[in-house]
Design a protein around this ligand. Structure first.
Ligand code: UGA
Length: 427
């Protein structure tokens, strides 16, 4: 497993759980050190137990040596990141390229490499050509995208909705993948074998669709707000239609994280390059709607406080979603930062993401509990729908806050209870 970040560490542990012998490779020695001791360097429910179990059983090891990896692997998975390029929308393929450059010269025979990273369509062909210049052996590339969600990574990996594999004609990749994923295929997990361009596009299209669904409901929310309608009741009513579906119709401060935002931008850039103008235009709008939600939330907070200058604002939630400590492109943290820049004192609390938030935004005031964050607050903002925030007692918050405005950025709070306790509820 080449790369042991979120995707690679999870996939490595889960492949060992299936009974395979796995070697995880990373250039980051501290990550390799932690994982070798059975420690997961991020918050993912259930993963520490799977990792520890397989490290202890001797099925799972980690190294920084590509030479060792080349010797060890019958099949290699690429699981490194493909971040947004600085100052551009396109994906940066430097880590994927560097894996190929580091591994391929050490290969001692014909090899199958399965790519899992999210890449722009056409990448598999580029990597194949790149590898050809580095070795005399045949290196077969296939693309095997990953659909796991943070917070559900183990179950999504071990019990996926589907497996997708993009292959070259006449190669061995399908046979190899069938062996690797045998337990899942035995359970009749749908397995789509396609050409490599289709497989690459399946992944980005899935994320683009989810992002579009969220931005759609957020655009409807804007209309609801102007017309005095209730977007949550509306989502419930349209969501029962199975053609529409209720999931990902959660209106609020929008999507963030290490995947959806950068993936739709990379897809936008690649569509533009390919002359597919409609996808480019659609995703531009999806992105603009999403980013607009953050500004709108700052406006609502300003309106509630009269002015942000000198106000005290409590922000509950920093992670981009609950059950995660990930703050990459987090709407919550971004909003907290914008409110502070406009002159408010912002006190934030998150059950898991405090350390990561502090690193990114050291100037915010970090409380040790949700109630401490609310002390003296003119307005309380809920920006990540952690269960413990939904269960907060309005009277307890009222005892420490100065104002009585609850701003629900995720449409997750029990509105009736808060209003009954004398709070003004805004969303
Ligand atoms: C997403 C996809 O759901 C995975 O299938 C995919 O494998 C992954 O990206 C990836 O490409 O690696 P993830 O980033 O873990 O997974 O997060 P999601 O659960 O999709 O949530 C993304 C964002 O959308 C969060 O900020 C969440 O709060 C927001 N969201 C979600 C909404 O604003 N409204 C909703 O109704 C649902």
């Amino acid at each position: 497993m080449l790369g042991t970040g979120y995707l690679g560490a999870t996939h490595a542990a889960c492949m060992a759980e299936l009974g395979h012998d796995v070697l995880g490779v990373d250039v980051d020695a501290s990550k390799v050190g932690a994982l070798s001791e059975g420690k997961v360097p991020f918050h993912e429910p259930g993963l520490p137990a799977v990792l520890r179990r397989n490290v202890e059983a001797g099925r799972l090891r980690f190294t920084t040596s590509y030479e060792e990896a080349a010797e060890f692997g019958e099949v290699h998975f690429i699981a490194v990141g493909t971040p947004q390029r600085k100052g551009e929308f396109a994906a940066d393929l430097k880590y994927v390229n560097s894996v190929v450059d580091s591994l391929v010269p050490h290969l001692r025979g014909d090899t199958v490499i399965l790519g899992k990273s999210t890449v722009p369509v056409g990448t598999t062909d580029l990597l194949r050509a790149r590898a050809r210049g580095l070795t005399g052996h045949t290196v077969e590339f296939a693309w095997n995208p990953e659909f796991l969600r943070e917070g559900h990574a183990v179950v999504d990996t071990l019990e996926p909705d589907r497996l997708v594999l993009g292959v070259e004609e006449g190669g061995r990749a399908e046979e190899v993948a069938r062996q690797v994923y045998a337990p899942m295929l035995a359970r009749d997990t749908p397995f789509f074998v396609t050409d490599t361009a289709t497989a690459e596009l399946v992944k980005v299209s899935a994320n683009a669709f989810l992002a579009t669904k969220i931005s759609f409901i957020n655009a409807v929310a804007e209309v609801c707000e102007a017309a005095g309608a209730d977007v949550v009741a509306l989502a419930d009513a349209i969501g029962v239609d199975s053609r529409i579906g209720r999931r990902f119709l959660g209106a609020g401060v929008g999507f963030g994280g290490g995947c959806l935002p950068k993936d739709i931008r990379a897809f936008m850039a690649r569509s533009g390059e390919l002359g597919a103008g409609h996808m480019h235009g659609l995703l531009r709008e999806v992105d603009a709607i999403n980013m607009g939600r953050r500004t709108r939330m700052v406006d609502v907070a300003r309106d509630a406080c009269g002015t942000l200058l000198g106000a005290k604002v409590a922000v509950l939630g920093c992670a981009f979603k609950p059950d995660s400590d990930d703050v990459r492109d987090s709407p919550a943290l971004n909003i907290a930062g914008q409110i502070q820049l406009q002159g408010a004192a912002v006190s934030v609390y998150d059950p898991e993401a405090m350390d990561n938030s502090r690193r990114l935004f050291p100037t915010l005031d970090y409380a040790t509990t949700a109630l401490e964050a609310c002390e003296g607050a003119d307005a309380v903002l809920v920006l990540t729908e952690w269960r413990q925030f939904r269960e907060l007692a309005p009277a307890a918050v009222g005892a420490v806050a100065r104002g009585r405005t609850l701003i629900d950025g995720r449409n997750c709070m029990p509105r009736g209870e808060w209003e009954a306790a004398g709070w003004t509820y805004r969303t």
